[in-house]
Design a protein around this ligand. Structure first.
Ligand code: SF4
Length: 382
């Protein structure tokens, strides 16, 4: 029997402190709460035993939150449980997200032993004032120390997360951050624009008309985006998705699954999955999650398959985030219908206006299209 490739996401919803801009499912917690949560997580993974044999896991991503604040023994236990329930491909890409200042040699060695081969470090900025503004727990020195420690302890594949559009940031300080990070030669760089999310301290501070004036203006923010693309491109990092840049062969295989609608299972609080044409999420309330965890697989079976039109829209929304865009042949293979019979009008319209282009039977956004991507993508609704 040929096993289906599967990505696995594991959510660790704990952080040392909450950052001012963050609306992820994460909060500080004591060791007892962390252990109780991991017990539920282990039960949730076990509940997939009836179908574990159908899959070959080729990517794993521990995200959060800050997976590196829980005990490395717990991290290893989760990995062991995953391997008990699912088969792992020999060349599995296994990432753990860590925050600077939370790593030491013992933890890193333990991660390597557990099978992790990729590290994602949340630096966000190399500027001390900007790190304070964001409410990060670390300074730049802590990041560089952890980065070098990770390299010395066997991590040959490292991503660094950055944010631009930070209050008080200008193109000069953004350039300095990029130059500093490129100087360390990570394999992958994610550069996201700061979003002011509702119900965060940043929303109260910067969400009003007066508050918005403290943020870089729209033109400056776009200039930062373009500068990152050009500079990182010149330095050997290809932008393969709106916000992600990688050296050749170091693209995140796990994240590519999300953007190309390949199957993945999310374990843990609020984690999302896409399996068998069904899209579903775990409860985001802790008590509810702990109660639901042992029956997670049964819950999946009760989910409805997504209507085809919604799946087509999603295929386009996600695929157009990729620099290479969507292959018409992939669309036709997935939906058994000619691409042109569904999207000819909208694609022709935006090809004429210069927002989309077609290269080698693939449709992709041009730079002009990326600048107004929300408007273009909205036109792909059926
Ligand atoms: S470390 Fe990440 S997940 Fe945790 S509070 Fe900060 S931004 Fe949110």
């Amino acid at each position: 029997m040929i096993k289906r490739p599967l990505g696995i996401y594991v959510h660790i919803p704990f952080c040392v402190e909450k950052c001012g801009y963050c609306d992820f499912l994460s909060a500080p917690a004591g060791v007892d709460e962390q252990s109780k949560y991991v017990r539920a997580l282990l039960k949730e993974i076990r509940s997939y035993e009836p179908v574990g044999d159908l899959f070959m896991v080729d990517t794993v991503f521990f995200g959060g939150g800050t997976p590196s604040i829980i005990s490395p023994t717990l991290v290893a236990k989760i990995m062991d449980r995953l391997r008990e329930v699912f088969s792992f491909a020999d060349e599995v890409e296994a990432t753990i997200e860590c925050n600077p200042g939370t790593l030491d040699e013992k933890k890193l060695k333990s991660y390597v032993k557990a099978g992790f081969n990729r590290l994602s470090l949340g630096l966000q900025s190399a500027n001390e004032r900007e790190l304070k503004t964001l409410g990060r727990i670390h300074d730049y020195a802590a990041f560089e120390n952890n980065y070098r420690l990770a390299r010395r302890n066997g991590f040959a594949n490292i991503n660094v997360d950055l944010i631009f559009g930070i209050p008080g940031q200008d193109i000069k300080s953004w350039k300095q951050t990029l130059e500093t990070v490129v100087g360390l030669q990570p394999d992958h760089i994610s550069a996201y624009s700061l979003i002011i999310e509702k119900n965060t301290p940043f929303h109260y501070r910067y969400g009003s008309e007066a508050g918005k004036k403290l943020l870089p203006g729209e033109a400056e923010e776009r200039a930062m985006y373009r500068f990152a693309n050009d500079y990182l491109g010149d330095m050997g990092y290809r932008r393969y998705e709106f916000s992600n840049h990688a050296k050749k062969g170091k693209e995140s295989r796990h994240n590519i699954k999300y953007w190309t609608m390949q199957e993945y299972l999310g374990f843990g609080l609020g984690a999302a999955s896409y399996l068998g044409g069904k899209r579903f999420s775990n409860p985001s309330d802790m008590e509810e999650y702990i109660e639901h965890a042992p029956n997670s697989y049964a819950g999946f079976r009760m989910q409805p398959v997504r209507p085809e039109k919604r799946a087509m829209e999603e295929f386009m929304f996600l695929g157009l985030r990729m620099a290479d865009g969507v292959a018409k042949a992939d669309f036709e293979e997935m939906f058994h219908v000619r691409f042109e019979s569904v999207y000819k009008n909208v694609v022709d319209k935006y090809k004429r206006s210069g927002h989309l282009e077609e290269v080698d039977e693939r449709i992709r956004l041009t730079d002009k299209g990326i600048d107004v991507s929300n408007r273009i993508l909205a036109d792909f609704l059926l």
